[in-house]
Design a protein around this ligand. Structure first.
Ligand code: SRM
Ligand code: SF4
Length: 578
């Protein structure tokens, strides 16, 4: 089904942001990337830097080296991040092994699993950019549209259980990813990175952008699937979310949610996190059409003047659900909407440890601290995964919690895999603390250009401290979700966790509290500018109170939500802890 006639793209947008001009002049994402790539420089121009994102790469600098290089007057140490487009986080064994090889050959020797089920490579130098992207495509993995103002990586439950609901959601994930992939942009991509060769990465090709037009979307657009009993993808953080309606174990349709998002900007009070709102119920065969219709509404009505407010969440917020539904039904869905079914989100599964698949085989979920697959001392996760995947030819799935799942394993191989994990120093998930398993951090410094504090590098020490506190209080079996980011852009979805720590500058963080481990509620700001060394004592005071006063099996976030900010502030004292 396709939308016809298509409403005209709005042309009277006031004072377009500069990126709009770069996009429209880019000849479908070509710009001068190809010329600059061969210029012998170590970085791109500002315009190409923007366009490069659509191709799946960010120009970054080694921030650890910034100070010394600046002192020595030698300019920035430019390097590139490449992100894959990996719908549902799905890789074949051969693809995973190819990515492992690429990280060694061209990047910094680590694989970074992301909060949207993808992989990032860091530290790639400009002369290796083309070879890296070509090598990824050789393994039939594209990077096109992993970043940029298009539909981003579509997320779904990664568990390869083989049950009909997850199987259908994975298929629809791939269908939406293919349908909303840039078409003319795909041609440009092949010209630039693959010497015009057409490789079948399943993203289509063509001369026009039938869905996006030549200015693409106002900003990034994120789509995801979840089930009521397993919201492991944080459905309500998505721009467009599909919640499966299940009858007798089968998926009969989907509730459609629109308008979620996390990012905020400190200097702009009109930016804030928002949860997606239910707008309709659709049949499975209407899912892809619905995604096209929502993307087109966003294309036409999203704000193109201020990139900080260009996300669909602000359109939904400013219009309200009723107006959004009206415009959507009349101009885009082009038929009356059915009301969403009465459904509640009731759980999240991290999918760690051993589980059965429907075909009798097994899969294992391995917790990866902050998504970083590396070898460090006796902990040799990268080597372990390479050895296991190559020996047992397991399929690979990445979760939105930055963890990895290995599947299609014969029951007879279980013991051997357990032994290999032990041999490579990988702890069994039963031996990891709940707080570690339920925590996430974004990369922040040293690679992210927007980071104002550490995150991935500072969370582990904090987790170590909290493990001791929670154990002493006999709260170590509580699934307390804790997420840290190096700035308020919210890449680890810190505004939906029970404890959110958001970089404020230096070694200070804004503390958020009172979210929900099942992703149903936003948390609230508890205290600003808290020095990192004060975080554990402050949380300890709240944990003690939670232990003494929780009602029945109340979760930590729900307790904080119930008792409210005044009580919590009284427990923790002022920001400096004095
Ligand atoms: Fe993000 C920008 C990393 C998921 C909201 N994000 C960035 C950049 C590219 C920094 C930049 O623009 O220069 C970061 C690269 C850091 C690095 O060195 O690698 C970055 N974001 C990440 C990842 C890798 C974090 C992680 O720990 O895994 C995630 C990659 C996902 C993927 O595979 O596609 C990642 N980013 C998210 C999420 C979570 C999600 O989508 O579920 C969010 C919050 C949801 C949302 O979009 O609102 C998120 N990232 C942002 C924003 C804020 C956008 C806004 O609305 O204002 C930015 C800043 C921007 O776009 O200008 C950003
Ligand atoms: Fe960078 Fe901020 Fe995203 Fe962390 S939250 S990766 S610091 S943009």
């Amino acid at each position: 089904m396709s939308l016809d006639p298509t409403p005209e793209i709005a042309t009277e947008t006031p004072k377009l942001s500069p990126v709009e001009g770069i996009k429209s002049a880019s000849r479908f994402l070509r710009g001068s990337i190809a010329e600059e790539l061969h210029s012998g420089e170590n970085h791109f121009s500002e315009d190409s830097k923007q366009l490069l994102k659509f191709h799946g790469s960010y120009q970054q600098e080694d921030r650890d080296a910034r100070k010394n290089r600046s002192k020595a007057g030698v300019g920035k140490a430019y390097m590139f991040m490449i992100r894959l487009k990996l719908p549902g986080g799905k890789l074949t064994p051969a693809q995973y092994l190819a990515m492992d090889e690429i990280c060694e050959k061209y990047a910094n020797g680590t694989i970074r699993l992301t909060t949207r089920q993808s992989i990032q490579f860091h530290g790639i130098l400009m002369p290796n950019l083309k070879n890296s992207i070509a090598a990824m495509n050789d393994a039939l993995v594209s990077t096109l549209g992993a970043c940029g103002d298009v539909n981003r990586n579509v997320v779904t439950c990664p568990a390869p259980t083989g049950d009909p609901v997850r199987v259908q959601m994975q298929q629809l994930t791939e269908d939406i990813a293919a349908h909303l992939a840039p078409r003319a942009g795909n041609k440009a991509y092949h010209e630039i990175w693959l010497n015009g060769e057409k490789v079948d990465t399943g993203v289509g090709s063509g001369e026009i952008e039938p869905i996006y037009g030549n200015v693409y979307l106002p900003r990034k657009f994120k789509t995801g699937f979840a089930m009521p009993h397993d919201n492991c993808t944080d459905l309500l953080a998505q721009c467009l979310g599909y919640l499966a309606v299940i009858e007798n174990g089968k998926p009969v349709g989907y509730n459609v949610y629109v308008g979620g998002g996390q990012g905020t900007t400190n200097s702009k009070p009109d930016t804030y996190p928002l949860l997606a709102q239910p707008i309709a119920y659709v049949d499975p065969d209407e899912v892809v059409f619905t995604a096209e219709a929502v993307a087109k509404l966003y294309r036409d009505h999203g704000y193109r003047d201020d990139r900080k407010r260009a996300r669909i969440k602000y359109l939904m917020h400013d219009w309200g659900v009723e107006k959004f539904r009206d415009v959507f039904a009349k101009d885009y869905f082009q038929k009356p909407l059915r009301a969403p079914k009465d459904l509640a989100i009731t759980g999240v599964d991290l999918h760690l440890g051993w589980h059965k698949q429907a075909d009798g085989k097994l899969f294992i979920g391995v917790s990866v601290e902050n998504g970083r697959i590396k070898d460090e001392g006796n902990y040799r996760l990268r080597s372990a995964l390479r050895a296991i995947v190559s020996k047992f030819q397991c399929i690979v799935r990445i979760s939105t919690q930055q963890d990895i799942l290995l599947g299609d394993i014969a029951t007879s191989d279980k013991a051997a895999i357990d032994a290999m994990l032990t041999e490579y120093g990988i702890p069994r998930h039963e031996n990891l603390s709940m707080v570690q398993k339920w925590s996430m951090a974004c990369p922040a410094i040293p690679t992210c250009g927007l980071a104002i504090t550490e995150s991935e590098r500072s969370l582990p020490a904090l987790v170590d401290q909290l493990e001791v506190v929670l154990k002493d209080l006999q709260l170590d079996n509580e699934p307390i979700s804790m997420r840290m980011t190096g700035c308020p852009n919210g890449c680890a979805r810190p505004f939906q966790s029970e404890v959110g720590l958001v970089g404020r500058g230096g070694t200070k963080y804004t503390m958020y509290i009172g979210g929900d481990s099942y992703g149903r509620r936003l948390n609230f700001e508890l205290q600003d500018s808290v020095p990192i060394e004060q975080v554990t004592p402050k949380l300890k005071a709240i944990f003690q109170s939670f232990k003494a006063e929780r009602q029945n099996a109340e979760l930590f976030g729900s307790y904080c939500h119930r008792v409210g900010i005044d009580k919590l502030l009284a427990l923790i004292g002022p920001p400096n802890g004095k």
